[in-house]
Design a protein around this ligand. Structure first.
Ligand SMILES: CC(C)(COP(=O)(O)OP(=O)(O)OC[C@H]1O[C@@H](n2cnc3c(N)ncnc32)[C@H](O)[C@@H]1OP(=O)(O)O)[C@@H](O)C(=O)NCCC(=O)NCCS
Length: 193
């Protein structure tokens, strides 16, 4: 087994490439009820469809940031989840999404992976604003996003479901001026000089 590639890392989480070697694991995480409910998806996906979807995602890298999130507290680092930013080049913005496998939740990995993805989006991809929407009852996600540098900008009413009940969506955004730092991207660039 080769050591996985981790491009930028914090104390608990790191970001590495989205990889065809891990697509079955991505699929497994995505079918967890916590992820289906959090994403508002109502039916499980098939592994065959997910593998085909991966091929499409792998070809679209000009318009998307996609990362495997690693738990870097283990040696070697363990795959823990994925993050993505879907880019709108016309206005230099992007929409953020994240999911972690059930075993990796609740240890600060989601917060740090979110912060590292913002770091990359602002300092490598040069986006001016990253935004997201999250079902308002998803309190753990909202808390993690706030700790990572997102702030609440509003609420869209009656626009989703949470465990069978109609729910609002909380809208959040982050801009480079709010980025708390330190920047793992800057550290990686400056340590190469
Ligand atoms: C949402 C998700 C990415 C968060 O990652 P995580 O590693 O579990 O989150 P963290 O441990 O970094 O932070 C969670 C925070 O929420 C808090 N929290 C957990 N449950 C909570 C609840 N019911 N109410 C309020 N806060 C809660 C935790 O205490 C922690 O805050 P703290 O560090 O101040 O104590 C992860 O849980 C996940 O993948 N969930 C399933 C998919 C999903 O919902 N994705 C988001 C779709 S928009």
């Amino acid at each position: 087994m080769h050591e996985p590639i981790v491009w930028i890392r914090g104390e608990r989480a790191g970001l590495g490439p989205f990889s065809s070697n891990l697509v079955d694991l991505y699929w497994q995480w995505e079918q967890d009820p916590g992820v289906l409910v959090g994403y508002g998806r109502q039916t499980p996906d098939s592994l065959e469809n997910r593998r085909e979807g991966f091929q499409h995602q792998a070809r679209g890298t000009d318009d998307q940031l996609r990362f495997t999130v690693y738990d870097v507290t283990t040696d070697p680092p363990t795959p823990a989840g994925t993050t993505a930013v879907l880019i709108d080049h016309h206005v230099r913005t992007g929409e953020f999404v994240i999911q972690l496998g059930p075993a990796s939740r609740g240890n600060g990995i989601g917060t740090e992976a979110t912060r590292l993805t913002l770091d990359y989006a602002f300092h490598v991809t040069n986006l001016r604003c990253v935004h997201l929407s999250v079902l308002s009852p998803n309190l753990a996600a909202i808390r993690a996003y706030e700790k990572a540098g997102f702030r609440r900008i509003g609420e869209r009413r009656n626009s989703g479901y949470w465990l069978g009940e109609l729910a609002n969506e909380t809208l959040m955004d982050a801009i480079p001026a709010d980025f708390p730092g330190p920047s793992a991207v800057r550290q990686a660039v400056e340590s190469d000089r």
